[in-house]
Ligand binder design. Structure first.
Ligand SMILES: [Zn+2]
Length: 252
């Protein structure tokens, strides 16, 4: 049997680490291959460096984080605060999915605090559906065999843009791998300083711990991550994450 593969396709560098790195660590422990990708390159993540200079730093941080799980990282070629559902970006995102040929794709939810995240959600959803179709264009890689299972992470602060609770299909108990999640997030060293300057958050790691603990409280465990599955027509409906992580998944 081929090694099952998960592709965590975030918007900006560090989104994956905040929202689903614990689940990725559990899948890795269960024998899965893990790929990381972002649509944007983190160009707005500094008040000191220019767009290209901070992008170089941040893409290296993403690669370091992926390496914690023995995985590869790929950037789809978009830029912070410039994302749109364009032909060029669609092709770039399709290419990343064709390169990884994943069984599971995890991305941002369709509603979230930033348009970049919502555009990422649309782009990745489009790419999951289109990657197996031979005549859907992408620059480098041939079409894959099937539509991968598609999941959405939690929204920022677990709410939609109107402040309503984000819907959840299930939680994953990540208590046993919080050290790995922390290690992956800590790879994004440049952002501790940036967040302090822009958002007034001094405790980069603590912020992640608080959101994981809030979700843990809902799930009845210490730390958890929340997910929804895309169940639209043409997408797989069986819950492959729940099967792979049955000792860790909590339905509430
Ligand atoms: Zn983001």
């Amino acid at each position: 049997m081929n090694t099952p593969t998960v592709l965590a396709f975030g918007c900006h560098p560090d989104d994956v680490e905040f929202t689903c790195a614990g689940t990725l660590a559990l899948l890795k422990n269960a024998g899965w291959a893990v790929h990381l990708a972002t649509v944007a390159g983190g160009e707005c993540g500094s008040v000191e460096l220019g767009r290209e200079a901070i992008r170089d730093v941040r893409l290296k941080e993403c690669a370091d984080s992926a390496a914690v799980l023995g995985g590869e990282f790929t950037w789809a070629g978009g830029e912070d605060l410039e994302l749109e559902f364009s032909a060029e970006l669609r092709a770039g995102v399709v290419d990343v999915i064709r390169k990884a040929a994943p069984d599971v794709v995890i991305t941002q939810p369709p509603f979230d605090y930033m348009i970049d995240h919502e555009e990422t959600s649309k782009l990745v959803r489009h790419a999951c559906f289109g990657a197996p179709i031979p005549n859907v264009p992408s620059p480098k890689y041939p079409h894959i065999e099937k539509v991968p299972h598609l999941y959405y992470t939690d929204a920022m602060d677990s709410v939609d843009i109107f402040g309503r609770p984000a819907p959840v299909h299930f939680y994953v108990d990540i208590t046993s791998v919080m050290d790995v999640k922390e290690k992956m997030l800590a790879c994004h060293a440049s952002q501790r300083e940036w967040l302090r300057a822009h958002h007034g958050i001094d405790e980069y790691i603590e912020h992640m711990r608080r959101q994981s603990a809030e979700r843990g409280k809902r799930a009845g465990v210490e730390y958890a991550e929340a997910f929804m599955q895309h169940l639209g027509h043409g997408h797989p409906h069986d819950n492959i994450i729940a099967e792979a992580l049955k000792d860790y998944v909590v339905f509430v």
